[in-house]
Design a binder for this molecule. Structure first.
Ligand SMILES: NC(=O)c1ccc[n+]([C@@H]2O[C@H](COP(=O)([O-])OP(=O)(O)OC[C@H]3O[C@@H](n4cnc5c(N)ncnc54)[C@H](O)[C@@H]3O)[C@@H](O)[C@H]2O)c1
Length: 477
C-alpha cells in the first residue's frame, strides 16, 4: 500500500516509464531521462517506533528533463501517503464520540447540505470527515480549506481527503474555493454550511462575495478568533452562528489540553532548556492563557501575567501570579525566559522590544502569526536568522536574542498533532452536533450569535454523558 501510494503521487507529477524491482528497491524511469529509486523498509530498531512502522525513502537519481516544480513535488511524494486501514481503525478507536455520532442521529441528517470544512489537517479530522460522509453528504459536496499550518501529518491528511474525492483548497484561495463550492452544491441541489476553525470563510463571503451568502444556511465556528473576525459585521450578520467556540463545553474540556499540548511541544523543541525556577510571562489571561499560566507554574516556573482587561489581571493576581498593567514593565523587571502570547490579537509589538533585556523565546498559542507583530519586531532587529524547526531569531541592537518559536505561529500545531485525539473527539463531535442542528429547518437559531442556544444544544445532546461514561469514575476501560 505504501509503495503504491508513493507511485500514485509520482504519477500525478510526471509519466512513469519502465519500473524495475531489485534488492535496492524499485527504480522508476520518469519521462525519457529522469529516474528515481523508492525504498520501503522497516526501522532498524523496531522497538524504538510504534509497531507496523514503515519508512519510505525516495532517492532522486536523475532529474534531467523535469522542471524545478516537478522535482519539488516529487520530493514530497513520500509524505503524501493516505492513511492505511490499520491506522484509520486506530483513529476511530480514539474518537468514538465523533466516529459513532451518525448512529445516534436520524439517517441522512446532513444529506441536504454541502459543507465547507476549515478544520486543522490533523488525524482527528479524518474521523470527522468519515462521519460527515456517513451522515449523508456525498464526497463531491464537501470542500476542505487547508489552513496551511505545518501539522505533523498534514500532507498525509491532504492525500487521504483527495483520495476520497474531496476538493481540498489552500486557505489563501478561499474566494475561489467558495465560488467553486457554491457551483458544485447548486448542481447537486444542496445548500452550503460553513464549519470553520478561525473565521476563514464567513468574513470572506461578507467582504468579497456577498452574492454567495444566500447559498449558505449558517456557520458553525470552533474558535474564538473566528468569532473575533466577525466583529466588523456586528449587528448585521446574515447567517445563524452556532458557537462551539464560546461554549461552556469547550471551555471546560479543551483549554487545559491545548495549554498542555503547547507546553509539551515547546519542551520538545527546546530539549536542552531548563525551565524550573526561571521566569515566564503570559500575555492574555483568558480561557487558554489561564491554563498556560497554571501549566508553567506546575513546571515550577515563576510566572507573571499581563492582560489588558483589569478584571482578568485581577483574576491572575488573586491566583498568586505577579501582574502589572504595563507589559513593558513586566518585560523589563521580570526578565522572562518565555513569553507566551494568548491574546488571540496582537499582544506584543515593536515598541516592546526595548524592554526585553535578556535572551528569550516568544511563543504563540493562538491563531496564524497575529499574536506578535512580527514585521515590527523584525524592524527593531539588526539581524534576523533562520533557526530551522525552532523558528526565527531576532538579534536586537542591545545584543539580546529573541527567538520567535515556530515563526510566531501557534506552537501546538508546529510539526505536531496538538492535543490527543481523546480530547479533540468531544470538540469535533460537537461541531457535527452543531451542523446537524443547523440542518434542521426548525432549528430556532436567529441570524447572528446564539451563544446560549449553542450551550443548550451541546449540554443536552448526550455527548457529555458519553464523555463522562468514557472518562469519568464509572469508566470501565
Ligand atoms: N492554539 C489552539 O489550539 C487554540 C485553541 C483554541 C483557541 N485558540 C485561540 O486562542 C485565542 C485566545 O482564546 P481564548 O479562548 O483564551 O480567548 P479569551 O477571549 O478567553 O482570552 C483572551 C484574553 O486576552 C486578553 N487580551 C486581548 N488582547 C490583549 C492585548 N492586546 N494585551 C493583553 N491582553 C489582551 C483579553 O482581555 C482576554 O482576557 C483565540 O484567538 C482562539 O481562537 C487557539
Amino acid at each position: 500500500m505504501v509503495r503504491n501510494a508513493v507511485i500514485e503521487a509520482i504519477a500525478k507529477v510526471t509519466d512513469i516509464g519502465e519500473a524495475t524491482h531489485d534488492g535496492a528497491g524499485t527504480r522508476l524511469r520518469l519521462g525519457t531521462e529522469a529516474c528515481v529509486r523508492l525504498f520501503v523498509s522497516t526501522p532498524s530498531r523496531p522497538k524504538a517506533t510504534s509497531s507496523d512502522t514503515h519508512i519510505a525513502t525516495l532517492i532522486m537519481e536523475e532529474t534531467e528533463g523535469l522542471s524545478p516544480d516537478q522535482v519539488q513535488t516529487l520530493q514530497t511524494a513520500v509524505r503524501r501517503i493516505p492513511f492505511t486501514t490499520t491506522e484509520m481503525k486506530a483513529l476511530r478507536g480514539q474518537m468514538p464520540l465523533t466516529g459513532e455520532l451518525p448512529a445516534f442521529l436520524p439517517p441522512g441528517t446532513l444529506s441536504s447540505l454541502a459543507p465547507v470544512l476549515t478544520v486543522h489537517h490533523m488525524t482527528d479530522f479524518l474521523v470527522m470527515v468519515e462521519s460527515v460522509l456517513a451522515m449523508g453528504v456525498p464526497a463531491q459536496a464537501i470542500t476542505v480549506l487547508d489552513k496551511g499550518y505545518p501539522y505533523q501529518h498534514t500532507d498525509r491528511v491532504d492525500a487521504h481527503l483527495t483520495r476520497q474525492g474531496i476538493a481540498v483548497w489552500p486557505w489563501t484561495n478561499a474566494t475561489d474555493a467558495l465560488d467553486d463550492h457554491t457551483r458544485r452544491a447548486a448542481a447537486l441541489g444542496l445548500r452550503g454550511l460553513l464549519i470553520d476553525d478561525g473565521g476563514y470563510t464567513l468574513p470572506v463571503l461578507l467582504a468579497q462575495r456577498p452574492d454567495l451568502l444566500p447559498h449558505f444556511i449558517g456557520l458553525v465556528e470552533q474558535t474564538i478568533s473566528g468569532i473575533t473576525r466577525l466583529e466588523p459585521w456586528e449587528g448585521r450578520l446574515p447567517l445563524p452562528i452556532f458557537s462551539v467556540a464560546e461554549s461552556r463545553l469547550k471551555a471546560t474540556v479543551e483549554c487545559y489540553g491545548i495549554a498542555d499540548a503547547a507546553v509539551r511541544n515547546l519542551l520538545r523543541l527546546l530539549p536542552e532548556e531548563k525551565l524550573e525556577g526561571r521566569p515566564a510571562l503570559v500575555v492574555g489571561f483568558g480561557r487558554i492563557g489561564e491554563h498556560i499560566a497554571d501549566v508553567l507554574r506546575s513546571r515550577r516556573m515563576r510566572v507573571a501575567v499581563h492582560d489588558r482587561q483589569l478584571v482578568r489581571l485581577i483574576a491572575a493576581h488573586e491566583r498568586g501570579y505577579l501582574t502589572n498593567r504595563c507589559l513593558s514593565t513586566l518585560l523589563r523587571d521580570h526578565r522572562p525566559l518565555l513569553v507566551i502570547g494568548c491574546t488571540g490579537r496582537t499582544g506584543l509589538r515593536g515598541e516592546h522590544a526595548a524592554a526585553i533585556g535578556r535572551n528569550c523565546y516568544l511563543v504563540s498559542t493562538t491563531s496564524r502569526n497575529r499574536e506578535f507583530a512580527v514585521a515590527e519586531l523584525e524592524e527593531e532587529a539588526r539581524l534576523v536568522t533562520d533557526e530551522g524547526v525552532l523558528g526565527t531569531r531576532l538579534h536586537l541592537p542591545s545584543g539580546v536574542q529573541v527567538t520567535l518559536v515556530g515563526d510566531g505561529f501557534p506552537i501546538n500545531f508546529h510539526h505536531a498533532e496538538s492535543l490527543p485525539n481523546m480530547y479533540s473527539d468531544l470538540i469535533l463531535a460537537s461541531l457535527l452536533v452543531a451542523a446537524s442542528t443547523l440542518a434542521a429547518p426548525d432549528h430556532g437559531f436567529i441570524a447572528g450569535h446564539n451563544v446560549e442556544a449553542s450551550n443548550r444544544v451541546l449540554e443536552s445532546c448526550g455527548l457529555l454523558e458519553r464523555y463522562y461514561a468514557r472518562f469519568g469514575p464509572e469508566a470501565t476501560r
